[in-house]
Design a protein around this ligand. Structure first.
Ligand code: ATR
Length: 263
């Protein structure tokens, strides 16, 4: 039986096993997908298990998406560009790291029928997922990206890898068409995002990478003020879809039944 894993810390909340095991069953594949809480010094051993074919594939979540890179033998162009790996497998005898968050983000916007071409997008946060979001937005022809992060120098650091970013202070509300919460605020139902809704206007698009809770306070307030809102569930689904397709060479179906199971 083939073995797959998602590694991270914390990992309890991860819905990857639910989704992957659903698709494994639907497609009659002899495999199992587990979650594993790890510490940084466990990475080496996990990678060795991929090399020795004890494990066929690994998904990586916070805080290890960058930390796994030194242990890998090859990176896909997407992983190289974002310096972020969420999918690992053996290819031509090399332990290879790939990033499916970029495609996951892009496909989620297409699913929600939001066209970012020439739009002004504000990203809140500068953590692990932000380079993938920036790459996805640029691929889709975004007009302007503004980044705001509590620790401003982390936002400034992004300028070393991406051109044409504008950085604003945390708490400032520049004008935008779309705003993305890429911080961890809201995971515990807390309200720490200072958006001045009186200057935002209506009919803007508020996107939260968080999907559990289903509706963060950030999204609730946005909706109250008359804006379009979406959470990160479809980004999660599409990044998993891409990983599954790479590992099993089968494109699984995204059915309503599994989308409901993830709620
Ligand atoms: P990492 O920074 O290790 O990649 P992450 O979970 O990917 O971790 O990112 C957490 C993001 O949420 C960061 O942008 C963080 O801001 P800092 O860089 O200032 O730490 C942001 N964040 C988390 N808690 C926050 C809070 N209470 N207020 C503002 N920003 C917060």
């Amino acid at each position: 039986m083939k073995k797959y894993l998602v590694i991270g810390n914390p990992i309890e909340h991860s819905l990857s096993p639910t989704l992957h095991n659903y698709w494994i069953k639907e497609n009659n594949i002899n495999a199992v997908y587990d979650k594993k809480l790890i510490k940084e010094n466990d990475i080496k051993d996990i990678i060795f298990q991929i090399k020795s074919k004890e494990i066929q594939g690994v998904n990586v979540t916070v805080p290890f998406k960058k930390k796994v890179i030194p242990f890998l033998e090859k990176l896909s162009p997407e992983a190289m560009e974002s310096q972020s790996v969420n999918t690992i497998y053996l290819e031509n005898k090399k332990v290879t790291g790939h990033n499916t968050d970029i495609a996951g983000f892009e496909l989620s916007l297409r699913y929600h029928k939001y066209n970012v071409k020439n739009k002004k997008v504000l990203i809140l946060g500068a953590g692990g997922v932000v380079p993938s979001i920036i790459l996805g937005l640029k691929k889709m022809g975004v007009g302007k990206i503004i980044v705001s992060n509590r620790t401003k120098n982390k936002a400034e650091d992004l300028k070393n890898n991406f051109d044409n970013l504008e950085i604003v202070d945390w708490g400032e509300t520049p004008c935008f068409d779309m705003v993305i919460n890429a911080t961890s605020i809201g995971l515990k139902n807390e309200d720490g995002i200072k958006i001045d809704y009186s200057v935002v206007g209506q009919n803007k698009f508020f996107y939260d990478v968080i999907y559990n809770p289903r509706e963060t306070i950030f999204l609730k307030k946005a909706k109250f003020f008359g804006n379009k809102t979406e959470n990160g569930k479809m980004m999660f689904v599409y990044q998993a879809h891409q990983s599954f397709t790479i590992w099993h060479k089968i494109m699984p179906k995204i059915e309503d039944k599994i989308l409901k199971l993830l709620n």
